[in-house]
Design a protein around this ligand. Structure first.
Ligand code: GLU
Length: 394
């Protein structure tokens, strides 16, 4: 069985990210700053979602296009919109976007629901779960949730920022088995396909399968200069890196190819697949995060929070501020930042008595205090689940 067929076999819920350029009327010869929403493309995707639903899969959409639609309606064609101008575009554009989806999906007898998420909703465990339950309820009722960032009220500093990242977070949130990112390029090439091929060098090749996102891959993802899209290829690659760490396969494909959805579900080799194969860690991390009961709480300082959330590091004694609860080696604990926000769960390498003694200490001091049985990490990264790990901005 091919890799793609193997993936399809396990799919129950699929998250589909639709980029602005996929549902724009740019194909009518407009410049990217002047184009708006294309009814035809939205209808096209209503048909495709119906096709996927008829195959028995649940579908969650993450759709961009609010700012683009608002730009057109407010006749803003300058490149350098101010933040309030962009937010005004998002406000007018989002309702127009949903109205367009609603009309198109209605024709296919499908109901849609709008969910606008902000960074705060995803960073806070209670709100994260709330969003999860709402989406699950909608899927249960056969509704297609359409998600976007709450652009009109979110200030720039705390924005998720791009819908590639948002779609990866949503895929993890709903425990999807497949994320499809529809963009206006065929996938990831081994070099920029828009550059002229120099004599004696090979043409850019589409990479069909990436099993690990390393620095080299991030480098060739580079930057896109398409004004309609926020992130370009690099945000797609980083989004895939996140979903891969949760064991969710991600496909980056060309949404302007009218047959792409059928091809994906026929197991054909389209776009670039990001998948590291069956991921044991995923089940284990799922178990740490959702199955084990927490036996205590560790409060960590800002430096440790950053190291864990932004750099994927382990928790060391030096970053520990407070230890709460009576626990033994191997128990699951809740991690909190200094503001009391729950940021993750992990399996601890010390009991609460020893941890109380070594909190805040440098590794060398811990070694001489505890002796042979000391562990460098309080919680090793492999035993750690961060609830919202792609947040690099807070
Ligand atoms: N949320 C933005 C919008 O709907 C798009 C962000 C993105 O394209 O990544 O206009």
């Amino acid at each position: 069985m091919t890799v793609r067929n193997e993936i399809l076999k396990n799919v129950k819920t699929v998250v589909i990210k639709i980029g602005s350029s996929v549902i724009s009327n740019r194909d009518k010869g407009r410049s990217s700053l002047k184009c708006g929403l294309s009814n035809d493309w939205v209808r096209h995707y209503a048909r495709k979602i119906k096709f996927i639903r008829d195959k028995g899969y649940d579908v969650v959409l993450v759709s961009s296009g609010a700012i683009m639609a608002g730009r057109e309606r407010l006749e803003f064609s300058r490149a350098d919109l101010t933040i309030p101008e962009k937010q005004a575009c998002a406000a007018i554009g989002q309702s127009f976007l949903m109205h367009t989806y609603e009309k198109a999906f209605e024709k296919k007898k499908l109901k849609v629901a709008q969910i606008l998420l902000s960074h705060d909703d995803l960073g806070n465990r209670r709100r994260y779960l709330n969003a999860k339950h709402t989406i699950e309820e909608l899927l249960e009722k056969g509704v297609v949730p359409i998600i976007n960032e709450n652009d009109s009220v979110t200030v720039e500093e705390i924005k998720i920022g791009d819908n590639d990242t948002l779609s990866a977070t949503v895929a993890c949130l709903v425990d999807a088995q497949l994320l499809i990112i529809l963009s206006d390029v065929d996938g990831l090439y081994d070099k920029d396909p828009s550059l002229k091929v120099k004599q004696g060098t090979a043409k850019a090749q589409l990479i069909s399968h990436i099993s690990k996102v390393n620095e080299g891959i991030e480098k060739i993802a580079g930057k896109s200069n398409n004004r309609l899209t926020v992130g370009g290829m690099i945000t797609k690659v980083l989004a895939a890196k996140k979903t891969m760490s949760f064991g969710i396969p991600t496909l980056v494909v060309n949404g302007l190819d009218e047959k792409v959805i059928e091809n994906i579900f026929a197991g054909k080799d389209v776009g670039t697949l990001f998948w590291s194969g069956k991921d044991k860690i995923r089940d284990r991390k799922h178990w740490i995060a959702h199955t084990l009961k927490s036996s205590g709480t560790l409060t960590i300082d800002e430096g440790a929070r950053k190291a864990l959330m932004e750099k994927g590091k382990s928790l060391l004694p030096a970053g520990l501020v407070k230890v709460k609860g009576n626990f033994e080696f191997g128990n699951a604990l809740t991690l909190m930042d200094i503001e009391g926000k729950e940021i993750g769960r992990g399996l601890v390498n010390y009991n609460s008595r020893d941890l109380e003694k070594i909190k805040g200490m440098k590794t060398s001091a811990v070694r001489s205090l505890i002796g042979e049985s000391y562990y460098e990490e309080v919680i090793h990264r492999d035993d750690l689940v961060i609830f919202y790990s792609l947040d690099n901005k807070q």
